[in-house]
Write a protein that binds this ligand. Structure first.
Ligand SMILES: NC(=O)c1ccc[n+]([C@@H]2O[C@H](COP(=O)([O-])OP(=O)(O)OC[C@H]3O[C@@H](n4cnc5c(N)ncnc54)[C@H](OP(=O)(O)O)[C@@H]3O)[C@@H](O)[C@H]2O)c1
Length: 273
């Protein structure tokens, strides 16, 4: 049976742009009540106005554990429950692994991984006390990436954070089963958002321009996430063949390394002085 989206309370991190924003729009159109967080709170407030108001907007930096706890507690206080938590806030940067400083490495783990686990740690005790509605007390949706299953050259640290999220979700899924809290990982491929502009801006290094037509839109990804909130599943691969391609790639690491070396050389050439 599908969970009822109308009146469902969904907390989304990183809702000021991209996939998080598109998801907020899609869920609001189905009557969900939203708690949104990001650092650019003015964008959240503008989004809330566009959606007709009534949603909760919290300025939070998920790299700060206290902000995660404050966001989750404010959601529960405001709406009385949390039916789904979407851990979406994240970023990448263009740099080889060996050239990534300790500080850059710590910062990306703080946002992408600890920002996820700190929100989950605060939300689970709240969800565990809720009544079971439509088979579940709650759901945790983690926006990982297809890069979780294969580290990308110049995106090694980013890929590692996404792999960490996916591994944590696999453990969490089993751990939270007795609590009737569903855990879903989402593994998008290249999606048209601010992601790549932010990734280049962090280091000043460029990556080859991708034809935006080959990327999925944030709206397509969001529509599919709405479906896994309605009917929780273990994993969502918004571009379905990418799942099988990556599984196959794991069987042929030599061929995959050669394909990845081509991508590496492209970025390397682009950034030579
Ligand atoms: N686009 C892709 O190709 C792609 C592919 C696979 C997976 N993903 C994943 O999808 C998720 C969303 O990315 P996107 O593509 O939608 O990128 P985006 O357009 O750059 O949006 C990123 C969102 O995360 C928020 N955010 C970043 N750092 C934050 C922090 N420290 N605290 C709170 N919010 C923070 C940003 O808000 P503020 O800047 O206002 O804080 C923004 O709302 C990420 O986890 C990303 O890894 C993206």
């Amino acid at each position: 049976m599908a969970r009822r989206l109308h009146g469902m309370v969904v907390a989304i991190t990183g809702a000021s742009a991209g996939i998080g924003k598109a998801l907020a729009e899609a869920l609001a159109s189905k009557g969900a009540k939203l708690a949104l967080c990001a650092r650019r709170v003015e964008r959240l407030e503008e989004l809330n106005r566009q959606l007709g108001g009534g949603h909760l907007c919290i300025q939070a930096d998920v790299a700060n554990p206290a902000d995660c706890e404050r966001f989750i507690n404010a959601t529960a206080e405001h709406f009385g429950r949390i039916d789904a938590l979407v851990c979406n806030a994240g970023y990448g940067f263009v740099r080889t692994t060996a050239q990534t400083s300790h500080e850059e490495m710590a910062a990306i783990f703080a946002t992408n991984v600890f920002g996820t686990t700190d929100c989950i740690r605060a939300a689970v005790p709240i969800m565990s006390k809720q009544e079971i509605g439509d088979r579940y007390r709650g759901q945790i949706v983690i926006i990982s990436s297809a890069a979780a299953r294969r580290g990308l050259p110049f995106f090694g640290p980013y890929s590692a954070t996404k792999a960490a999220q996916m591994n944590l979700a696999e453990a969490l899924r089993v751990e939270l089963r007795p609590e009737k809290i569903a855990v879903t990982t989402v593994a998008p491929v290249g999606t048209n958002t601010e992601f790549f502009r932010v990734a280049e801006g962090k280091t000043g290094l460029k990556r080859p321009a991708t034809d935006t037509k080959v990327r999925q839109t944030a709206e397509t990804v969001a529509r599919k996430i709405v479906r896994v909130i309605e009917r929780p599943r273990r994993e969502l691969w918004p571009l379905r063949p990418s799942r099988w391609a990556l599984n196959l790639a794991a069987f042929f690491p030599g061929i995959t390394d050669r394909a990845m070396s081509y991508y590496f050389r492209q970025i390397d050439r682009l950034n030579r002085p």
